[in-house]
Design a binder for this molecule. Structure first.
Ligand SMILES: Cc1cc2nc3c(=O)[nH]c(=O)nc-3n(C[C@H](O)[C@H](O)[C@H](O)COP(=O)(O)O)c2cc1C
Length: 184
């Protein structure tokens, strides 16, 4: 049987992003049970219908990566109790049909959601809003478990690297659940 493929989307461009580190920890938790690839979408422009067709090369590349993935795992911070604008911009691009014949790539796509933040809520409000957005796009969101990592800066080592001192077992559970969810 062909190996499953997970495309990871990180909603932060920050070099030392906790959410990027969370994605790397998830990659480890998945191990060799699936191909796990963090998608680089830093070159995707702001949505502008003037440049929508033909889609910019960066958009075509990301759409293809999502299309061939068996599941998409989103790791996102919370900005002002919502998901960051860059994530909304990416989803706006992904929400549009590729062509008259081909529907948008998030339809029916299995999606897992995780997030780390410095606040006590651990991105819960942003995640709820993301679920609302993804439902509208007919994605197949795994509503349980969703991982929230609160007080991320307190779960680090001396160098400030995310250690997930209390959250790691929950990440492992989510990885197991998502592999099962994808396979269903
Ligand atoms: C514009 C902005 C708004 C933020 N709003 C929130 C918020 O609503 N809730 C929260 O817990 N943290 C908030 N934070 C703090 C983030 O949790 C923190 O910067 C976190 O490290 C961002 O994730 P990253 O490390 O992956 O970049 C905000 C940060 C920024 C830059």
């Amino acid at each position: 049987m062909e190996q499953k493929r997970i495309a990871a989307i990180v909603g932060s461009l920050r070099k030392d992003s906790f959410n990027r580190q969370l994605a790397l920890a998830a990659k480890e938790a998945i191990g060799d049970r699936a191909i796990f690839e963090i998608i680089d979408f830093s070159d995707v422009p702001m949505m502008n219908q003037d440049i929508e067709y033909p889609a910019p090369e960066s958009v075509r590349r990301v759409r293809e990566q999502i299309k061939i993935a068996d599941g998409v795992w989103i790791f996102s911070p919370e900005y002002n109790h919502s998901y960051p604008g860059l994530l909304k911009n990416l989803i706006d691009w992904l929400s549009r049909p590729i062509s008259k014949e081909e529907r948008q790539v998030l339809s029916k796509k299995p999606i897992a959601i995780s997030g780390a933040s410095n606040g006590m809520g651990g991105t819960v409000t942003a995640q709820d809003l993301l679920v609302m957005l993804l439902s509208m796009l007919n994605a197949r969101v795994m509503n349980f478990p969703r991982l929230r990592v609160p007080n991320a800066q307190e779960q680090t080592d001396e160098e400030g690297h995310l250690k997930l001192t209390t959250s790691l077992p929950y990440l492992q559970k989510q990885a197991d659940a998502f592999l099962k969810f994808i396979g269903e």
